[in-house]
Design a protein around this ligand. Structure first.
Ligand SMILES: [Zn+2]
Length: 327
């Protein structure tokens, strides 16, 4: 059947008809808002390349989390900026580090908000790499116990989800084993299974002060030309115990989101990274794009490609792990 019997415009005629025919929706409780936390009290440092975002102290992060929850946003994802960095990133796994303190502050203020903690070394190492170095190389296997230790510290502080973004091989299994040994069997792992070595991370590195001092991350992050490799990474992480996966960045990799969505049955989240966000804001500031419409269109594109974004709700952490005494 074709024109004039079939007229595509009939269901586009009014707002109500368009809503009726809409195939994809974005709900606020599927969104995860990133929060950058730093040391101190009542201090907010704007991040020039990420308009609307700031480095916040734990007290202000809790206020921000409460206002996000008030808007219906389902989750926040924490990134820590420590006062001191060292070769082993020890501030990343300290039980009283900046991220555990921010988690506790947020959970006291908004207990039902799902709190994710990013797990990586690059914000905490003085060399800026995502693992510890042996010569010029990132030592994969020596990094794993430190990642597990960080994940346990965040879980004990009350994180519902830990999200390893380091791209070391075997880290999901190492983190799962570490969490289970620490009585944190209920803490979910959402792994950045498919993380490309991307130019779009620039503004984040300004926000977190995590630019590598030497070299780059192509030795562990993925080559942007590959999609079959993304499927191996995704399947590998699910086999190691990941509860959900992230594909990062989002917009340049819509085909990868679709391919991963069709391969695994766990939820798949798309990460619209700092450069994607900054690009939209920069163009809108010049009056070249409509901020709101572009934001909706790009977010909808990620959903349409197959991203579930995260599960809408996770249970608050039971007391067994979050109240356990540090050991
Ligand atoms: Zn990293």
């Amino acid at each position: 059947m074709s024109y004039p019997t079939q007229r595509g415009r009939r269901l586009r005629r009014t707002k109500g008809l368009r809503a009726l025919a809409r195939e994809t929706r974005v709900a606020a409780d599927q969104l995860v808002a990133p929060l950058f936390v730093h040391e101190g009290e009542r201090s907010r440092q704007a991040i020039a390349s990420l308009p609307g975002h700031a480095r916040l102290t734990p007290d202000l992060a809790a206020e921000e989390a409460a206002s996000l929850a008030g808007l219906g946003v389902g989750s926040v994802l924490l990134f820590g900026i420590p006062a001191r960095k060292d070769a082993e990133g020890s501030a990343g796994w300290a039980e009283d580090g900046i991220v555990p303190r921010a988690i506790r502050a947020i959970k006291r203020r908004v207990p039902d908000l799902v709190v994710w903690a990013d797990v990586c070394m690059c914000e905490y190492t003085d060399h800026g790499h995502c693992g510890i170095l042996k010569g010029d190389e990132v030592d994969n296997d020596a990094t794993l116990p430190l990642l597990a230790r960080a994940a346990v510290a965040y879980a004990r502080a009350g994180a519902d989800v830990v999200a390893p973004s380091d791209m070391m091989d075997g880290r999901v299994a190492a983190i799962r084993a570490g969490l289970d040994r620490a009585d944190c069997a209920h803490t979910a792992i959402v792994s950045y299974a498919v993380k490309y070595a991307s130019a779009f991370y620039g503004p984040f590195r300004e926000a977190a002060g995590s630019t590598p001092r030497a070299g780059d991350r192509r030795g562990y992050q993925m080559d942007g030309a590959n999609v079959r490799e993304a499927l191996r990474e995704a399947e590998g992480d699910v086999a190691e115990g990941a509860d959900a996966l992230i594909v990062k960045p989002g917009l340049p990799y819509l085909d990868v989101i679709r391919a991963v969505r069709e391969r695994v049955t766990v939820p798949v989240a798309a990460y619209q990274v700092s450069g994607e966000y900054a690009m939209i804001h920069a163009a809108a500031e010049r009056g070249w794009l409509d901020l709101e419409r572009t934001m909706w269109e790009t977010t909808l594109g990620l959903r349409r490609a197959g991203a579930d974004l995260p599960p809408a709700r996770a249970r608050p952490s039971p007391a067994t792990c979050s109240r356990a005494r540090p050991r």
